[in-house]
Write a protein that binds this ligand. Sequence first.
Ligand SMILES: NC(=O)c1ccc[n+]([C@@H]2O[C@H](COP(=O)([O-])OP(=O)(O)OC[C@H]3O[C@@H](n4cnc5c(N)ncnc54)[C@H](O)[C@@H]3O)[C@@H](O)[C@H]2O)c1
Length: 373
Amino acid sequence: MMPEGVPARDARDLGPPRDGDLHESVALITGGAGFIGTNLADRIAGEGGRVLVYDNLSRAGVARNLTWLKQRHGDRILVEVADIRDAARLEAAVARADRVFHMAAQVAVTTSLVDPLTDFQINVAGTLALLEALRKRPNPPPLIFASTNKLYGECLTRDQLIEEETRYRPRRLTPRRGIDEDCRIQFVSPYGCSKGAADQYVLDYARAFGIPTAVMRMSCIYGPRQFGTTDQGWVAHFISAILQREPITIYGDGKQVRDILFVDDAVNAYLLVQSHMPEISGQVFNLGGGPRNAISLLELLALLEGLTKSKPMVRFEDWRHGDQRYYVSDTSRLQQATGWQANVCYARGVAQLHQWLSGFLGTQMPPRERVLA
Ligand SMILES: NC(=O)c1ccc[n+]([C@@H]2O[C@H](COP(=O)([O-])OP(=O)(O)OC[C@H]3O[C@@H](n4cnc5c(N)ncnc54)[C@H](O)[C@@H]3O)[C@@H](O)[C@H]2O)c1
């Protein structure tokens, strides 16, 4: 069934380019109905570009993102509801693209532990199908891949960290600026393995076949149009839970630290990297909020208590496999290559996400709950 607001004609197989389309460039965003993909599509279409969203809508709630994009941008948003593992449809989509952003993925460590095979098929085989579709083009367009900090595994072990009241802190002042791209990679969890394998394939297709590619190894991205769950998207999940008076489960002690990055800054990074191709092709960049936007789970809860004026209901459970105690990105390489920097501090970004979720959940809830919220 098609999501509400998405015209049926957009959902069928797009086939070869139509006459009018040949003259207008199309940015292909796989996973374009998801959180980061939607924000990226919104920016590109808002600046007059045309976007082809390729997504199987498997993530709960993302059909609403598609409806929102169509309402805002009409014909500037083309839609292909299809699976990344469907090589023929993917090839037809790639044939029309002048740039590709690869976001579609199985995104949760927890799900990858339940079903590692499907995780592999989507994240590794799906990425390889995309790369092969690009390789068939005489002049392949650039590809930017959404990778993850999970590749670095437990980059700082427990004895390298000091446990403070609300957070872990590195024992030595290095890495003062965070973890850089020279950190040894160590895939942890099936999700870490599948994203890691895809990351390496993307880099190697630049070396082996000269396809312009770049990899963004991202820390936690947050912002509007994110439907966080206990499995992925913890900043949005915490806010939604508090707004809906639901308990939050913290896995571990809550002192784990991440450098969170507002989605507008992430979108800036993707567009800057794309505009600097091909001189930065074959490179990997860490992307996150950096040390100034490093926050622990407990510290975020305290911030949210102030914002929402209500005390979160929190319970603790055991650590989850693959959960890093401390991960903060060093984004110097990206800054030097493109001039990028994080503009939105976490206090402002979290307040903005809180405002968006309050409005969103208010309109999604039945009237009685809306009054209570
Ligand atoms: N959000 C973060 O903090 C973060 C951090 C590191 C890496 N990443 C990576 O960034 C990318 C985007 O993340 P997000 O937070 O926007 O996730 P998201 O779940 O909101 O978006 C992913 C999209 O991919 C689609 N999808 C899933 N399986 C698919 C398939 N088989 N075929 C086609 N489409 C499929 C989903 O329906 C969804 O719309 C992912 O690759 C993720 O691994 C995200």
